[in-house]
Design a protein around this ligand. Structure first.
Ligand code: ATP
Ligand code: MG
Ligand code: MG
Length: 559
């Protein structure tokens, strides 16, 4: 078997296994903050952590990093769980940093007693002004040498809500001259008299990220805590905090960093995505134009396509931006294998087959998937599509005259109608302004697809999709384009990223589709032959079908 080379994260784990870690010790986590919906960047982190879990047969926790009650909500917790499940991953335990508030408090009491933490009663501006610069040491707070007894009294008062917000903070007592600015007595706690979505009004103090994150990893006995590169300078602090609570013989987790994934023509930041929702630029977090997992799902992306996307770009050490067309490629590749083929006409032109009997209808057999895609063609099945004297074809599939490369319908030439007959264009009917409103054709009665006749095997250049006019079902079709008109809407720091929103990211049209689609269920995906992949939107109903275009059949982006 071909040996897949290890990425640098796997190399770290392999080395640890060689240097004394046992396989049982391996444990990972995915730690979202429930302050928004997950996006495609998170999908990379999910696939990394849960992928390692599968590879090493190790548990992976889903941990909510819920330490900031101002921005966090139950709605986001629920959506995150739904998204991870939909991607096809199973967590070992559902954990919450808020479940550790008491333990974090107790540890802080220990730190205070050991002279490793103190209550600072300065304003955040004063604290910031004392931080110094990387080349210049900072200045000690006048409260740095407060007595242990006073610190403990104040800390308890903070906890009980007996002090005002912003009156005090708790800081770790580390080193005001450290070359790492994060080590200059970082804040561990602040007072917030705010209800938390899980702990209610139990707490009036909330731990900061650096204090809560590593300790949560320690409590859960995570072996490897993977985070994005901007946390590299936090690693020293992560280790300092762990060192304070980890007793001899206990197992300390380690933080390692990988590069954040960015995607072109969009933004991957919950805060910025929240902006798009709040300003009404998109309708919701799961708007099909959003790079959220729920948006991609509603757009028609499959879990497989997103996992393949994450796996194919892999894990990097340097930040980069992947072109959106690569994500679209992954959608096409998967949908091509699974999406039943159907016929729908987006921009209809009526064709009258003048030698086909009036009032007659036929139901023709159409295969749902080409045999080469269907694995077992029996499974994919067939369906019946109605044919009659009047059909719709795409407007762009007919020209009165065209050069030899136009393998569609033109006057005096033949094409095959998919699953049906060969027709020949005889006459273009125009309105007063000269627009073509109808095409009159004749058909070759002997040429029915699959009928076995000589004429049915006749080769004609060009096959068109079509829908029978009396049977056609009107459907609302939502055509999506890039949400932003530039590759990186955040690049120009002088401008607001909202200035680069593509005003034409959504076009709504009425299409005509074959009647079998009346039975289609929400989220079901189809290939509209020769056009693209579409799925049924959750706004759809039997009376008013709604489809989202997931991707076009080919990459026709002219960027
Ligand atoms: P955002 O700025 O969008 O809120 P975040 O990093 O603050 O992102 P978290 O909820 O804290 O969001 O992220 C959970 C996990 O997902 C973290 O380990 C984080 O590093 C990872 N992650 C977030 N964004 C990306 C990205 N673009 N690429 C890879 N991993 C990411
Ligand atoms: Mg975060
Ligand atoms: Mg964030």
């Amino acid at each position: 078997a071909e040996k897949k080379s290890l990425n640098f994260i796997e190399q770290i784990i392999e080395e640890d296994l060689q240097n004394g870690y046992t396989k049982d010790q391996l444990k990972f986590r995915f730690p979202p903050e429930p302050n928004g919906y997950l996006h495609i960047g998170h999908a990379s982190s999910i696939c990394l952590n849960f992928g390692l879990g599968l590879k090493y047969n190790a548990p992976v926790n889903l941990r909510f990093d819920d330490t900031n009650p101002i921005k966090e909500e139950k709605e986001f917790v629920d959506s995150i769980k739904a998204d991870v499940e939909w991607l096809g991953f199973k967590w070992a335990k559902e954990c919450y940093a808020s479940d550790y508030f008491q333990q974090l408090y107790d540890w802080t009491v220990e730190l205070i007693k050991n002279g490793d933490a103190y209550v600072d009663s300065q304003t955040s501006e004063e604290i910031a002004s004392q931080k110094g610069t990387p080349s210049q040491p900072g200045e000690a707070s006048p409260f740095r040498e407060r007595s242990v007894a006073e610190n403990l009294t104040l800390f308890e008062a903070m906890k009980n809500g007996e002090t005002r917000e912003k009156e005090h903070v708790v800081r770790a007592k580390i080193d005001m001259a450290s070359p790492n600015m994060l080590m200059r007595d970082p804040v561990m706690y602040r007072c917030l008299h705010k209800a938390h979505h899980r702990t209610g009004k139990d707490w009036n103090i909330y731990p900061m990220y650096d204090w809560a994150h590593g300790e949560s990893d320690f409590i859960e006995q995570i072996s490897h805590s993977f985070c994005t590169l901007e946390f590299l300078p936090h690693r020293e602090l992560y280790n300092w905090f762990i060192d304070k609570v980890c007793k001899p013989g206990e197992f300390p987790p380690k933080q390692r960093e990988f590069a954040r994934r960015n995607l072109s023509h969009t933004v991957v930041s919950k805060r910025k995505l929240a902006h798009l929702v709040e300003k009404g630029i998109v309708q919701s977090w799961d708007d099909p134009r959003m790079p959220t997992i729920s948006g991609l799902r509603r757009r028609g992306y499959t879990p497989t396509s997103i996992r393949n996307f994450a796996d194919s770009i892999g894990i990097g050490k340097r930040e980069n931006r992947i072109d959106l067309s690569h994500l679209e490629f992954c959608a096409r590749e998967d949908l091509n294998k699974t999406a039943p083929r159907v016929m729908g006409v987006l921009d209809p032109l009526k064709v009258v087959i003048t030698n086909y009997p009036e009032g007659k209808e036929e139901w023709l057999t159409a295969e749902n998937l080409p045999a080469e895609q269907a694995g077992n063609p029996e499974d994919a099945g067939e369906r019946q599509v109605p044919f009659s004297r009047e059909i719709y074809i795409e407007k762009e599939d007919f020209r009165e005259e065209a050069n030899r490369k136009f393998f569609r319908l033109k006057l005096d030439k033949e094409v095959r109608l998919k699953n049906a007959y060969i027709i020949k264009a005889e006459k273009a009917i125009k309105d007063e302004a000269g627009n073509i409103i109808e095409v009159h054709c004749t058909y070759d009665e002997e040429s029915k697809s699959g009928s076995g006749t000589e004429a049915s095997k006749r080769k004609v250049k060009g096959t068109l999709h079509w829908v029978s006019v009396p049977h056609a079902v009107p459907a609302e079709v939502r055509l999506y384009d890039r949400l932003f008109s530039v590759e990186d809407p955040t690049e120009d720091k002088e401008k607001d990223f909202l200035d680069f929103v593509n005003p034409d990211s959504l076009e709504v049209i009425t299409a005509y589709v074959e009647p079998s689609l009346k039975e289609a269920k929400v989220e079901e995906a189809f290939q509209f032959q020769r056009i693209g992949y579409f799925c049924v939107d959750r706004d759809s109903s039997a009376e008013n079908l709604v489809f989202n275009r997931t991707v076009t059949l080919r990459d026709n982006w002219k960027g």
